[in-house]
Design a protein around this ligand. Sequence first.
Ligand code: C5P
Length: 219
Amino acid sequence: DLPPVLAIDGPGGAGKGTVSRALAQRLGWNYLDSGAIYRALAVAVRRRGVALDDLAAVVATARAMDLSFRTADGFAVLLDGDDVSAEIQREETGAAASHIAPHPEVRAVLLEKQRAFRRPPGLVADGRDMGTVVFADAPYKVFLTASAEVRAERRYKQLKEQGLDVNLGQLTLELEERDRRDRERAVSPLVPAADATVVDSSGLTIDQVIARVLDLING
Ligand code: C5P
């Protein structure tokens, strides 16, 4: 029997990362930040000097990259041995990721890397297609949204806290553009799974969102 999965999908800035990490800790389950895998690929592609639209080279990079996650002291992403955690957070990395993510050839290579995270006693997986594709059989599925304004403000605060220089107006436009790309792509578009519970976090605190999801799991 496969361990249970709690799939948490939604657009950028909806609070998926914060909520998923807290839930994984509360449940004692493993955690998959699938966006970090797409972002790490974007970093690997840039480091190799590969153009985002050179599909064959992007796929070759996806196959060749050595990706690992360190959770002992916080959450670090290691790409070919280098800690790329800070680089991964940048909004331009997210935007680059969303340019290579629409290709089914790219997604196919990353699919097994994501499924490998499904280990006992369970997995909280956060992304765009956790409940629809990667873990379509997940017993628990949440689609976490928030208004575009709230999402842009949250992302703004997050990046500011990391000491990054960001502009709220520009960030809002970038986030909307990225969401549009994610929603409109042909393969694995950002869409709630038919059996997902939609939670709008706009007027909720993190703790309220966590409580709502735990209610769902505990029936
Ligand atoms: O969630 P995050 O902002 O880190 O994701 C970055 C980008 O990676 C998304 O905008 C999306 O294009 C892509 N992605 C994806 N499928 C996932 C997770 C992320 O296509 N499961």
